[in-house]
Write a protein that binds this ligand. Structure first.
Ligand SMILES: [Zn+2]
Ligand SMILES: [Zn+2]
Length: 254
């Protein structure tokens, strides 16, 4: 049964007005059920309430020009940290939005381990709105091994990367960088062990895709940087130009 032109016109009109209809319905709904903060469930007008936002320790002071390590002294001229001087990472620059503690730590735990995927949008927007650069060609989320993906049901880095991609209208590639080796969680491992643990666990399927591209590599948490360093190594080997790392949170030891 083919669509008659009249129905087609109706469909087009509906399609045209759908976003407006949606927004009217949303505003009406907001009056009946006020939107809740995605982190604490309290009243909020935009995903995260003011209270929760205040509990996020955004990284705003001086950081290592390469790896983004926050310096204790907030007012220092741009320089590299000791680790980066000792061994320059394969990525050009890494930055994190906020410290991995307090409200943000809680939110990331809920997101990742309790599968609260509705947090992807507000958390991804925190990254998208504070993205410190725009000279990249493609967003690449740190991949999960398919066994881990099956366990968790989703890749948190991909969900975050999607929000950045949507907000900035930039392409995303979540298939070409692969996790080929299943590794134990990094959580109980220390610095050097972490690097060893992830060594050889990533591969690029088609090197032509990343050739001469600037890549925005996205992950949820930066701890020692072992994972993103290993990814960067593999991406560079496959011909990528520069790798910029953006993580939502960073473990900051005080
Ligand atoms: Zn809240
Ligand atoms: Zn550094």
């Amino acid at each position: 049964m083919g669509m008659i032109p009249h129905d087609k016109a109706k469909a087009i009109i509906l399609w045209y007005y759908l976003p407006m209809l949606k927004s009217i319905l949303q505003s009406a709904l907001n009056i009946i059920i006020p939107p809740a903060c995605h982190i604490c469930g309290g009243a909020a007008d935009n995903y995260i309430c003011a209270n929760c936002k205040q509990g996020i320790n955004f990284i705003l002071g001086a950081v290592c020009t390469i790896c983004g390590l926050p310096f204790v002294s907030k007012e220092s001229s741009p320089h590299m940290c000791g680790e980066c001087i000792k061994k320059k990472p394969k990525f050009a620059m890494a930055r994190s939005i906020a410290e991995y503690n307090g409200v943000l730590l809680e939110a990331i735990h809920k997101f990742k381990y309790n599968a609260k995927t509705s947090l992807a949008k507000p958390l991804g927007l925190l990254m998208a709105e504070r993205l410190p650069l725009n000279n990249y060609n493609v967003i690449v989320p740190v991949p999960l091994h398919k066994r881990r993906l099956k366990e968790r049901g989703f890749n948190q880095s991909l969900l975050l990367a999607r929000e950045i991609s949507k907000k900035h209208n930039t392409p995303i590639d979540y298939l070409n960088l692969k996790r080929i080796r299943f590794t134990e969680p990094q959580i109980n491992l220390k610095g050097e062990e972490r690097l060893k643990n992830v060594r050889g666990s990533f591969a690029v399927e088609d090197a032509r895709v990343f050739k001469n591209k600037n890549i925005l590599l996205v992950d949820d948490v930066y701890t020692t940087g072992a994972t993103v360093m290993e990814c960067s190594k593999v991406l560079k080997k496959s011909g990528a130009k520069d790798i910029f790392v953006l993580t939502l949170a960073r473990v900051c030891r005080v």
